[in-house]
Design a binder for this molecule. Sequence first.
Ligand SMILES: Cc1ncc(COP(=O)(O)O)c(C=O)c1O
Length: 446
Amino acid sequence: MILEKDSIKLLQKALDKLEDGFELPEIDCKIDYEKVESVMMRVAEKMQNNYPYFHPLFAGQMLKPPHPIARAAYMLAMWINPNNHAMDGSKASSPMEKEVVADLAKMFGLKQHLGHLTGGGTMANLEGLWVAGQIHPKKLIVASDQSHYTHERITGVLKLNFEKVKTDRFSRMNLEDLEEKLKKGNVGTVVCTMGSTGTGAVDPLDEILELQKKYHFRIHADAAYGGYFGLVENLDQSTMDKFSLLNQVDSIVIDPHKQGLQPYGCGCILFNDPSVASYYLHDSPYTYYTSDELHLGEISLECSRAGASAVGLWATHQMLPPVKGGEFSKDLGRSRNAALKLYDRLQKSEQLFPLMKPETDIVVYALTGKDTNEMSEKANQVFKIAEENHLYLSLYKYPTSLFDNPEFEINSEYLTCLRSCLLKPEHDDWLDEIWSRLENSTKNVG
Ligand SMILES: Cc1ncc(COP(=O)(O)O)c(C=O)c1O
C-alpha cells in the first residue's frame, strides 16, 4: 500500500454520525452515480500524472501529505461546507478556528493575540504587512534578499516602500547591512524570516531585537515554513534560542499547510496586540447579525474562508497537539534528524558537498567540479537522472558572491545546487535509500 485508505471507513462512520445531528425531512439526491464514477475514474487517471509528493522518495520541494485525521475531518466538513466569514455560516467551525488559532498563539508563547486562519502564507503575510503599513504608512519595510518573494510583491500591491537587506553565506539577514538601513531612520518594519524557503535558514531574531531597542521598528516574523520548529529539541542551541523569542515580535505568519499536516488552504496570521483589530473595522449590512460573538470576517481581509480548514486543523490538534515533547514535535524532530543525516553523508562524500549546515530540515548541496558553471551543469544532470531513479529532488540557485570555497573557480553569477526539503518524518527511515539513489545518480555525471 502506498496510499493510506483505511481512514475512508472512519469518514463514512463520522458522516453517519453527522447526519444524525440534523432532524430534517429527507432530500431526494438526484445524482447520476454512473456518470460520477466515470468522471472520477478520469480524474484519478489524470491525477496519476503527479510526482509522488506523499512518498519519502519525493525529497525535493516543500510538499507533505495531510495527516489522515486532517484529511478525513476536512472532508467531513465538506458535506456542510461552512464559511468562516460570519458566525451564521460557521456556527461550529468558527469557534473551532478560534481554538486552533489560540493553540498556535500559545505555542509561540503570546500572552494575548488577535489572529485567524488564511488561505495560505501569502494572504497571512499580506495582512501582517498591511497592518504594518497602517501603523507606519510612510516608512520602509525591509526583508532579506532570501525572504520569500511574496514580501516584495505584497508591498507593491499595498504601495508600501520596500527594500531588500543582504544575506550572509548562511542565507541569514546580514546585520551590518540592516543597521546601515536602520541608521537612515525610515525603517518602520523588519521582516524576519524564520525558516527561509530556499535553505530553511533562520534570521538572527535575537540580534534584530537588540537593534529594535535602539532604532524602534516593528518586527513581522515570516515563520510560514519554520514556525513549528520552536517545538523541536534537536536544533542547534542558537536556532532554538531564536525561535524562543517569537513571543516578542509584533506579528507572526505560520502555515499549517506546510509543516502542520494540513491540506492546502491553511495559513495563519497572529498579532500580539489585539488592538490592531481597529484597522479591520468595516460595516457589512448583510452579515454579522446573528451573534454578538466575534465574527472572524470582522478581523480578516478575506471574506469567504473555508471552515473545513479550521475543522481539519482542530481535529489534528486534538490528536497531535502542537506542544513540546508531543508526538507532533517528535515527528518534526525526525525530519530534522533526516536533514542532519544527509548533511553528515554529504560531508564525507567526494562528489557532493553541503553548502551549509541545515538550520531546520532543508539541505542544499552541490557537486564538485572545476568551476561553478560545470558544477551547475552537473547538478542539472543529477536532478534529471535522480528522477529516472524515482528520487525526486529540487534545484536552488545560490549567489556565487556568497560562495566562499576557494577550491572552485567562480565563473557564473549563481551556483545551481540540489535541494532536499526533508519535511516528512519518514525521511528519517528512508535516508539510506535516498542516499543510495543519490549516489547512483551522481556516478556517471561529468
Ligand atoms: C517563508 C515563506 N513565506 C511565505 C510563503 C508563501 O506561502 P504560501 O505558499 O502558503 O502562500 C512561503 C512558501 O513557500 C514561504 O516558504
